[in-house]
Design a protein around this ligand. Structure first.
Ligand code: K1U
Ligand code: ZN
Length: 168
């Protein structure tokens, strides 16, 4: 396993639309293992493959609390089959927009279909932080960042702040 560098704004690769995975094989599992290690080290609760420069429709996540054993989750080619009309706000962050947090409103519940670590199809309902995180990560697969849900002023300020931090 290896730690990968996490891309930060304004890296243009974060705007790419990621491509479906054709085969779940050992090379893909090695990428997911690297992503999980990178996410734990950051630390974060989710990571999309494009954040480490791989434009593949792959996400890793772990929503376990610090007093719980790790619960790694892997999502390959995830799809949202249904989203609730009801929405909920959540103060989001992003490892690609470090040290910026702001409220985003998203559907409160979603129904998902994806392939797991072994390539098996899974269908699942998500709510709470799970629903927030999977929608945030699936946005990454489509080249969308959480700051794209904010006003242009807030987005521009966020990018300027990250650029300044990187230059320092
Ligand atoms: O960059 C990412 O996509 C990961 C991001 C996921 C996320 C967080 C909050 C709402 C939606 C999606 C993060 O993990 S940011 C860091 C973070 O939330 C966190 C870090 C350490 C402990 C607990 C949370
Ligand atoms: Zn993110």
């Amino acid at each position: 396993m290896a730690l990968r560098d996490i891309l930060t704004v304004p890296d243009p690769r974060l705007k790419l639309v990621s491509q479906d995975v054709e085969r779940v094989d050992d090379a893909l599992r090695a990428l997911m293992d690297d992503m999980l290690e990178t996410m734990y080290a950051a630390p974060g609760i989710g990571l999309a493959a494009i954040q480490v420069g791989e434009p593949k429709r792959v996400i890793v996540m772990d929503l376990a609390r610090e007093d719980e054993p790790p619960q790694p989750r892997y999502f390959i080619n995830p799809q949202i089959l249904w989203a609730s009309e009801e929405t909920a706000p959540y103060e989001e962050g992003c490892l690609s927009v470090p040290d910026i947090y702001d409220e985003v409103e998203r559907p409160a519940q979603v129904k998902l279909r994806y392939l797991d670590y072994q390539g098996e199809t899974v269908e699942e309902d998500a709510e709470g932080l799970y629903a927030v995180c999977i929608q945030h990560e699936m946005d990454h697969l489509n080249g969308v960042l959480f700051i794209d849900h904010l006003s242009r002023l807030k987005r521009d300020r966020a990018v300027a702040k990250v650029k300044k931090q990187k230059a320092a």
